[in-house]
Design a protein around this ligand. Structure first.
Ligand code: URA
Length: 209
């Protein structure tokens, strides 16, 4: 699986295991996702372009590094993407935010768009799409397809968990988009859920079940 970055840092793996437990409360599930998202942000922004600027310290003037270019865009796939967005914004507070509303048709499992709102000048921006579960891959493929219409400089995809089916679907459609994930689980079931997985991420983040 090329272009897949498995974030196997012990802190990420430990927190993910705690999230998988079916008796994890909504509060702790959300907090853990928030913490993992900060750590994932660290990995996915590792190659951000830098530039030198002049800075006056109390002692002398120096050339120091800052992030170069237009502000990054974090694109959340609603609604579960919000769970990752919050943690990432803690680490990259200046990022712009876009939202894509997609729901899964329960019969066909295909993605249907109901909302799309992005910042301006997307052609000058790097984009990180976030959604906790890359399952069938249909939502991710549709989201990236839609974003490519705006011609951003680059697109990366960050999830918490995926499975072989999701990775294959995404990579067939968008081989140029790297996937960052904390785990690749065994398989997808016939209802489009990842096994062993962690259940419905949206319901667990928002306590809706
Ligand atoms: N979405 C989820 O929330 N969980 C899965 O297992 C698959 C898709």
């Amino acid at each position: 699986m090329s272009n897949v970055h498995l974030v196997d840092h012990p802190l990420v793996q430990h927190k993910l295991t705690l999230m998988r437990r079916k008796d994890a409360s909504t509060n702790s599930f959300r907090r853990l996702l928030n913490e993992i998202s900060m750590l994932m942000a660290y990995e996915v922004t590792r190659d951000m372009p830098m530039q030198d600027i002049e800075v006056e310290t109390p002692l002398e003037t120096m050339q120091a590094k800052v992030i170069d270019g237009k502000k990054l865009v974090l694109v959340s796939i609603l609604r579960a993407g919000t769970g990752i967005l919050d943690g990432m914004l803690t680490v990259v507070p200046g990022a712009r935010v876009g939202h894509i509303g997609l729901y899964r048709d329960p019969k066909t499992l295909t993605a249907v768009e109901y909302y799309f709102k992005m910042p301006g000048e997307m052609e000058n921006r790097d984009v990180i799409v976030v959604d906790p579960m890359l399952a069938t891959g249909n939502s991710a493929v549709a989201a990236v397809e839609r974003l490519k219409e705006l011609n951003p400089k680059s697109i990366k995809f960050v999830c918490l968990l995926t499975c072989p089916e999701g990775v294959v679907t995404m990579q067939k459609a968008h081989p140029d988009v790297p996937i960052y994930t904390a785990a690749i689980d065994r398989e997808l079931n016939s209802h489009g859920y990842i096994l062993p997985g962690l259940g419905d991420a949206g319901d667990r983040i928002f306590g809706t079940k």
